[in-house]
Design a protein around this ligand. Structure first.
Ligand SMILES: NC(=O)c1ccc[n+]([C@@H]2O[C@H](COP(=O)([O-])OP(=O)(O)OC[C@H]3O[C@@H](n4cnc5c(N)ncnc54)[C@H](O)[C@@H]3O)[C@@H](O)[C@H]2O)c1
Length: 270
């Protein structure tokens, strides 16, 4: 009989930013299919909480502290993870986010945008979010001829959101780099894809979407109004796409793709 297409019991998965809301759910989803999971991030307390959640559900997980913007820190983390869990075959890049001064305030001219904020957002989403981890973890995958890399981009990387200038441009670059690496490693047994989430309430966007009393902000209401499904996403709803792309059997001929999970937001103009 055919093995379960989505079985990940032979995989070791690293989830960078697994300390965060979306990365944490992705780590749980991978562990739920049998993967040995390394939750990687800067916050040991949150990392330990994620690992405890996974273990209490019967999964296998460890926390490894690392700064995605520091090559040395990633290289050390990679060595420790491989010594403990075995060769890494799945990498989920879920570090990223925006900063308020990289978004244009209403009526503010583009020429006033802070270059420092722009650079920070590009560093976080493109260099720490994709470039360095792909260099550090990708090297071993290419040597072994096996791997799946999943970069978390954003729906705003395809069509820029109003005012969200640096983040949208950085996520567009994430999608572009994903396609570049997919081609670069296509014959090396390493697949590289992106997932572009729509709007999922998380720490980094809570004040953008919700007022203190729990109601929607004007922007939150606008977004819901433009989402055909009429709601925000639940972080666990990204699990299926991650499991599918991670599985060497379920998505063996899929590389260079950007899978959009957004309740239909990007499929309509009104
Ligand atoms: N929440 C959404 O609606 C949404 C939508 C589209 C895309 N995304 C993307 O999904 C990814 C995860 O976002 P989230 O909403 O879960 O945010 P989050 O802030 O909850 O998670 C991001 C995690 O990355 C960690 N991190 C930040 N800088 C790091 C560094 N230098 N080294 C190591 N870890 C670092 C943070 O500590 C945090 O745990 C990001 O790339 C984000 O841009 C989120």
């Amino acid at each position: 009989m055919e093995r379960n297409l989505f079985d990940l019991s032979e995989e070791t998965a690293v989830v960078l930013g697994g300390t965060g809301v979306l990365g944490g759910e992705m780590a749980k989803a991978l562990a739920g299919q049998g993967a040995r999971v390394a939750v990687v991030g800067r916050n040991a307390e949150r990392g330990a909480a994620r690992v405890a959640e996974i273990k209490s559900a019967g999964g296998q997980a460890v926390f490894q502290k690392a700064d995605a913007l520091d090559r040395r820190s990633l290289t050390d983390a990679c060595k420790r993870i491989e010594a403990e869990l075995g060769p890494v075959s799945v990498l989920v890049n879920a570090t990223g986010g925006n900063r308020p001064d990289a978004t244009l305030p209403p009526g503010s001219p583009f020429s006033r945008l802070s270059l420092e904020a722009w650079r920070d957002v590009f560093d976080l989403n493109l260099i720490g979010g994709v470039l360095l981890p792909c260099q550090v973890f990708g090297e071993g995958m290419v040597d072994r001829g096996k791997g799946s890399i999943i970069n978390i981009a954003s729906m705003s990387g395809m069509t820029p959101l109003s005012r969200v200038v640096a983040y949208s441009a950085a996520k567009a670059a994430v999608i572009n780099l994903t396609k570049f690496l997919a081609r670069e490693w296509a014959t090396s047994g390493v697949r590289v894809n992106a997932i572009s989430p729509g709007f999922f309430p998380a720490e980094q966007n809570r004040t953008l979407l919700f007022r203190d009393d729990g109601g929607y902000t004007e922007r939150g209401a606008q977004i819901i109004g433009h989402t055909p499904m009429g709601r925000f996403g639940e972080p666990a709803e990204l699990g299926g796409a991650v499991i599918w792309l991670a599985s060497p059997r379920a998505s063996s001929f899929v590389t260079g793709q950007n899978i959009v999970v957004d309740g239909g937001f990007s499929s309509t103009t009104i």
